[in-house]
Design a protein around this ligand. Structure first.
Ligand code: 5GP
Ligand code: ZN
Length: 112
């Protein structure tokens, strides 16, 4: 999508601090980290949120979770949280599917 911030980041048109990249997904550190480790993993193809995941496009979601598992091991994360906000009330501010990976501090449950 031409006016999507995360499409532009995935395409390298807007700079980011890259963690990992392959043909299907891109991982980069969050610009406003909410934990000592906070990065985002996104599909390169535009999907607006979990609400737009379908049988036709869900393979990338499975792939992203294998990437998260691999990156967590590589970064030595023993405990971490994976979050995806869907819709404004839940806190979604960028409408391109992304999974937050947060680690390095105590976290509360339930979330605020
Ligand atoms: P959401 O609020 O949609 O769940 O998460 C969007 C995340 O994207 C936020 O944590 C926000 O800090 C991050 N973000 C917004 N703009 C940029 C940017 O230009 N670069 C990076 N690296 N992160 C961004
Ligand atoms: Zn996008």
């Amino acid at each position: 999508m031409s006016d999507c911030l995360f499409c532009k980041i995935a395409a390298g048109e807007i700079p980011s601090n890259k963690v990992y990249e392959d043909d299907l997904c891109y991982a980069f550190y969050d610009i406003a980290p909410q934990a000592p480790v906070h990065f985002l993993v996104i599909p390169k193809a535009h999907i607006a949120s979990v609400s737009d995941v379908t049988e036709a496009n869900s393979a990338v979601v499975a792939h992203i979770f294998t990437v998260i598992s691999k990156l967590a091991k590589e970064l030595g994360l023993e405990s971490y949280r994976v979050v995806s906000n869907i819709g404004e009330q839940a806190g979604q501010s960028v409408f391109h599917l992304h999974f937050h990976v947060l680690s390095g501090r105590d976290m509360t449950w339930p979330p605020g």
